[in-house]
Design a protein around this ligand. Structure first.
Ligand code: MRU
Length: 338
């Protein structure tokens, strides 16, 4: 079985898995200009907070590698333009902005060097973002797997695996590590309406790795919990405020509320790059709203609602920190009080 790598630099451009084609096809696309990258991010061809961080870092290099600037001031303007543009693609995942800011910092750190050298430094930094993600996710897996007992059944939402990172995952990384450690685990994957990342990506990834996975519709989670089938819920994060309030895929909050009622521990797994300490509480986290067609039409043979019907389609929700038993990071598990 070929190893998957969600996104990487190759042939003078960005090669990524087109996640909109899964699970029916494992297609790679090659991106050579930032407008196509912006579109790919918006359309969720690449998605998941850590993968967006990598896309941002590679994207800055892609956007400036052919800059004709002769002075640092002119070059810095080109860098800023690319950062502003890519930053306008999706608002919620902190990692996207973290990737962009990291690249800006490098440009300024080497401002006294010739422009070709700054370009080399930017390329190296983007590669570093990718390499770091590989080890950070494995660390998250290592810490998180300590929470997993033999015969646990874990419920998860959206996709937090290989496809949401470079090649391992956060919440799914914890599951992968527990599996590698020889623990017998089962997973329930919520399909994750409206874009079905749970059905299309998580179930596909887990099945590919030989992990026992059962797909459920989002509205079945309560019943599965009531039946006593779930020992833990593990979710990822797009942005974590200073008080621990966590934005993640829409539906995560309702799972956390259900966990409280059913006395099931609810954990978040995320790298430090997902924390946004400039935001005090979840109220300050920008929540992306997406096209109505995703709710009414996408994946249906016929429209599933009348054209006149109003739609609210937030891509994320915020889980109150009081509902989170712990946040698993590459530096250890943060326990309340946050
Ligand atoms: O809209 P998406 O698919 O980008 O949303 C992704 C999620 O909500 C993930 O849970 C989150 O980014 C963490 S990925 C490790």
């Amino acid at each position: 079985m070929a190893e998957l790598m969600t996104i990487r630099w190759s042939k003078n451009g960005i090669t990524m898995i087109d996640q909109t084609k899964l699970p029916s096809g494992l297609d790679y696309i090659h991106i050579t200009d930032i407008r196509h990258l912006w579109d790919a991010i918006k359309a969720l061809k690449v998605r998941g907070a850590p993968a967006l961080g990598a896309a941002a870092a590679l994207g800055v290099y892609l956007g400036i590698k052919d800059s004709k600037a002769k002075t640092f001031d002119a070059f810095a303007k080109d860098v800023e333009k690319v950062i502003r543009y890519l930053g306008s693609s999706r608002p919620t995942a902190r990692n996207l902005f973290w990737g962009l800011e990291r690249m800006r910092d490098i440009a300024f750190r080497f401002k006294d060097k010739p422009i070709p050298v700054i370009k080399e430094k930017l390329f190296a930094e983007a590669q570093k973002v990718i390499e770091e993600d590989r080890s950070v996710c494995r660390k998250i897996g290592e810490y998180g797997a300590k929470l997993i007992k033999n015969n646990d059944t874990i419920l998860t939402v959206c996709n937090t695996g290989i496809l949401a990172t470079i090649d391992y995952g956060t919440a799914l990384g914890v599951i992968y590590r527990a599996h590698e450690d020889g623990k017998n685990i089962k997973v329930f994957a919520c399909e994750t309406r409206p874009l079905l990342q749970g059905a299309r990506l998580t179930a596909w990834e887990l099945d590919r790795k030989g992990i026992d996975v059962t797909l459920i519709c989002d509205n079945m989670a309560a019943t599965v919990m009531k039946n006593g089938n779930i020992s833990k819920v593990l979710a990822g994060a797009d942005r974590i405020a200073a008080n621990g309030d966590t934005a993640n895929k829409i539906g995560t909050y309702s799972l956390a509320v259900l966990c409280r009622y059913h006395k099931i521990p609810f954990y978040i797994a995320a790298p430090v790059s997902t924390f946004d300490l400039s935001i005090k509480t979840g109220k300050g986290i920008p929540i992306e709203e997406r096209p109505h067609s995703e709710v009414k039409e996408l994946f249906f043979k016929e429209p599933m609602a009348s054209a006149r019907v109003k739609v609210f389609n937030p891509a994320f929700d915020v889980t109150d920190h009081t509902l989170i038993a712990g946040i698993i990071t590459e530096r250890g598990i943060i326990k309340p009080p946050y």
